[in-house]
Design a protein. Structure first.
Length: 454
């Protein structure tokens, strides 16, 4: 007899990844020792999934701070704000190897000391109020078998970071994982640029030179193999990937990778339990692109050559028009190496030395000559030169809180405001306009320098 459904409970699409696309993602994107498909969860893209991760694995009462690399991807701040962390965002500087782990550890320890002092104060107060049953709540969210609440969240884009384009060294990634294990932190890595990479030197054009896998192990891979494997079932790292930068901006599909326990917990977020697997229909098409190798071919034959050419065209224009005015590209090494020169004193982020150096991402991060403010320059660029650039101040870690938002009374100061930097994007504008754009920016900088000298 044909089954009749008067209830949809059995008809939901699975929130957890179905095995075919999980296997395809693993085969296409995993760098070190193929992961299991059970470590993969399909998402609605990196931004939506960041919000979902916070819903499951953080709590505005229990989670002490969100630590963000500074300069940071600015729109992530709003996502953390919506999750209840507006007053708890903390910026951590980058150095030549990426996120400064020593600075982060000092901040984590100060945070723990304040928490211990606060619990002692509350505990003393509670002992005097036992009859009123005023025991403090330590978390909003109830315990669930698929949930782990972390004391800290660490957010970073370790490969071709937006906006600085830096690549965190392997040594630094290992230090970061050990630190996360020590302080009960979840590292959320936006791994969205790993496959947008190409030779850093313009004369290396052969297609076989384009790397087809991430050159440096992702942080989630490090957590998988470092010191015998993850600390606990949930681990301390999750990779937040996106297909929108590989297929097209409207392709709002992504994937997360972590331990099987963490990935299952992510699949149980309420919006997925109700709505089913995020972007389930579109993800079936992506599975075919992965299984047929069409996506890898697209990356290798279309995206990498196109972005490489754009990168070198804009870099050449910057060298010609802006470097003589004192503008520089202050990027650092991506491995245990020194920064490689690209001529005329400018530099690039390199994964190895010499001819095998790698560049990537969408952006150039320029340091302005002394005395210029990026926010003023960006405003005048649009008004006077019909030119849109991003002020470095946009990428400051912004938090609400006591005083001016830069000092919460703990003695902690956020990193600089990045008024000495601007970001240029080579992924959107027509390549033929790069030379003219650099010339316009140079013209404006000359005027501003003359005004400052007047």
């Amino acid at each position: 007899m044909h089954r009749i459904h008067f209830d949809q409970m059995k008809l939901k699409t699975p929130a957890f990844v179905y095995i075919n696309i999980g296997t395809s993602i693993v085969n296409c994107f995993t760098l070190r020792n193929s992961a299991l498909a059970s470590r993969i969860c399909i998402t609605g893209g990196a931004s939506q999934n960041l919000a979902c991760l916070l819903q499951v694995f953080s709590d505005p009462l229990y989670t002490k701070n969100v630590w963000m690399v500074a300069p940071t991807y600015h729109l992530a701040c709003r996502i953390f704000d919506d999750a209840g962390f507006a007053e708890r965002l903390r910026g951590v500087r980058e150095d030549e190897e990426g996120l400064d782990v020593a600075e982060l550890e000092r901040g984590l320890e100060r945070s723990e000391e304040r928490a211990r002092a606060e619990w002692k104060r509350v505990g003393d107060w509670n002992r005097n109020q036992v009859e009123e049953n005023l025991e403090p709540r330590c978390a909003f969210k109830p315990a669930r078998p698929w949930r782990k609440l972390y004391k800290h969240i660490i957010y970073t884009t370790p490969t071709f970071s937006n906006p600085s384009t830096k690549v965190m060294s392997l040594r630094r990634r290992e230090e970061l994982v050990r630190l996360a294990r020590k302080y009960d932190a979840l590292i959320i890595s936006d791994d969205v640029y790993d496959h947008l990479q190409w030779p850093a030197f313009p004369y290396v054009w052969a297609k076989e030179k384009y790397p087809d896998k991430a050159v440096v192990s992702r942080i989630v891979d490090v957590d998988r193999y470092l010191d015998g494997g993850p600390s606990g079932e949930f681990g301390n790292a999750v990779s937040n990937g996106s297909f929108s930068k590989l297929i097209g901006p409207g392709c709002r599909v992504g994937w997360a990778e972590g331990t099987a326990k963490l990935v299952y917990g992510l699949s149980q977020v309420g919006s997925s339990r109700s709505g089913g697997s995020p972007s389930q229909f579109t993800s079936t098409f992506i599975r075919e692109l992965l299984a047929s190798n069409a996506l890898k071919t697209h990356i290798r034959t279309i995206l990498q050559p196109a972005y490489s050419k754009r990168y070198h065209t804009l870099t050449t224009a910057v060298q010609k028009h802006l470097v003589p005015l004192g503008v520089s590209l202050p990027t650092g090494p991506a491995n245990e190496t020194s920064t490689d020169a690209v001529g005329n004193g400018s530099t690039i982020s390199a994964c190895t030395n010499g001819k095998s150096a790698i560049a990537g991402g969408y952006f150039l991060w320029l340091r302005l000559p002394p005395g210029l403010r990026a926010s003023d320059l960006a405003k005048k660029a649009q008004e006077e030169e019909n030119l849109i650039i991003a002020s470095g101040s946009l990428f400051k870690v912004v938090r609400e809180g006591p005083g001016d938002g830069n000092d919460d009374g703990s003695g902690e100061k956020d990193p600089e405001d990045f008024e000495g930097f601007v970001r240029l994007c080579f992924a959107w504008e027509e390549e033929e306009k790069f030379e003219e754009g650099a010339a316009r920016l140079a013209r404006l900088i000359r005027r501003e320098m003359h005004r400052a000298d007047a």
